[in-house]
Write a protein that binds this ligand. Structure first.
Ligand code: ATP
Length: 231
C-alpha cells in the first residue's frame, strides 16, 4: 500500500468535512470514492495532494507526506475545470509539460497520441475557448496525464460528458492502470465505480461508511444496499 490515509480529519471552523478517515490505497489499481454532494471527496483529494492540511491525522505516499518535489509524479484533474481560454491546445499542454520538466518533443509526441486516442487529432492549433465543454474536459484530462504520472487523482472525471466521451475516458483510465499508474477517482455513480474499480470507499457526511475491495463489499452488502448508502 503506497498511499496511506491515517485517521484524517478536516475541519473548516466548527464544520467537519472529513471525519477520521483511514484508508490504504493499493498501488497500481483504480480506487473509487463514491458519495453524494458534500460527502468530503474533494476535500480528501486536496489533502492527499497537500493543497490543504489535515486538521488531524496524516497522509503519506511511499512513506512520506506528499510535497512539491513529487509534483512531477502526480497528476490531478480538479473538479472545477480550468484552462487558459486564449491559448491553443498545443501551447497549453507544452506549457504544462514544461512545468513538469518535459522536453517539447516528448510533450508533442504524447499530446498527438492522446488527441488521436480521444478522436480529436486535428485539435492541436485550436484555441481552448473554441472547444466544446466535452473537448475542453478531454484537454484537461490530457494536461493531468501528459507527464505519465505514477499517481493520478481524478475528481469526477466523467461528469458532464456524453456517453461516447465517457467511454473514451474510461478506456484511457483503464490503459493507464495497465501501464502501472495508481488511479484515485471520485464519482456519484455506483455503476461507474463498479465498472472501473477493484477497491472503493463510500463516503457520507465526511465519514467512510464502507471501504475495501469491491468483491468483498458486494458480497457483504449487496448492490442494492450500496446504492442506499451512497445516496
Ligand atoms: P461534490 O460531489 O459536491 O464535489 P464532495 O464529496 O467533493 O462533494 P467536498 O467538496 O469535499 O465534498 O465538501 C465537503 C463539505 O465541506 C461540504 O459541505 C463543503 O461545503 C465543505 N467545504 C469544503 N471546502 C470548504 C472550505 N474551504 N470552507 C468551508 N467549508 C468547506
Amino acid at each position: 500500500m503506497s498511499l496511506k490515509i491515517d485517521l484524517v480529519t478536516k475541519r473548516f471552523g466548527s464544520f467537519t468535512a472529513v471525519n477520521q478517515l483511514s484508508l490504504d490505497i493499493p498501488d497500481k489499481q483504480i480506487f473509487g470514492f463514491l458519495g453524494a454532494n458534500g460527502a468530503g471527496k474533494t476535500t480528501t483529494f486536496r489533502m492527499i495532494l497537500g493543497l490543504i492540511d489535515a486538521t488531524e491525522g496524516a497522509i503519506t505516499w511511499e512513506g512520506e507526506p506528499i510535497n512539491y518535489d513529487k509534483t512531477d509524479k502526480i497528476g490531478y484533474l480538479p473538479e472545477e475545470r480550468g484552462l487558459y481560454p486564449k491559448q491553443t491546445v498545443k501551447e497549453q499542454i507544452i506549457y504544462l509539460g514544461r512545468l513538469r520538466g518535459m522536453a517539447k518533443k516528448e510533450i508533442l509526441e504524447q499530446l498527438n497520441q492522446w488527441l488521436e486516442r480521444f478522436r480529436i487529432p486535428d485539435y492541436l492549433d485550436k484555441k481552448v475557448e473554441e472547444l466544446s465543454k466535452g473537448n475542453q474536459q478531454k484537454i484537461q484530462f490530457i494536461s493531468a496525464v501528459i507527464h505519465n504520472p505514477r499517481l493520478l487523482i481524478l475528481d469526477e472525471p466523467f461528469s458532464g460528458l456524453d456517453p461516447v466521451n465517457v467511454e473514451l475516458l474510461k478506456n484511457a483510465v483503464l490503459k493507464l492502470k495497465e501501464a502501472g499508474t495508481t488511479i484515485v477517482f471520485s464519482s456519484h455513480q455506483m455503476d461507474t465505480v463498479e465498472e472501473l474499480c477493484e477497491y472503493l470507499c463510500i463516503m457520507q457526511h465526511g465519514k467512510p461508511i464502507v471501504h475495501g475491495s469491491l468483491k468483498e463489499i458486494k458480497r457483504s452488502f449487496g448492490k442494492k444496499n450500496l446504492f442506499i448508502h451512497a445516496d
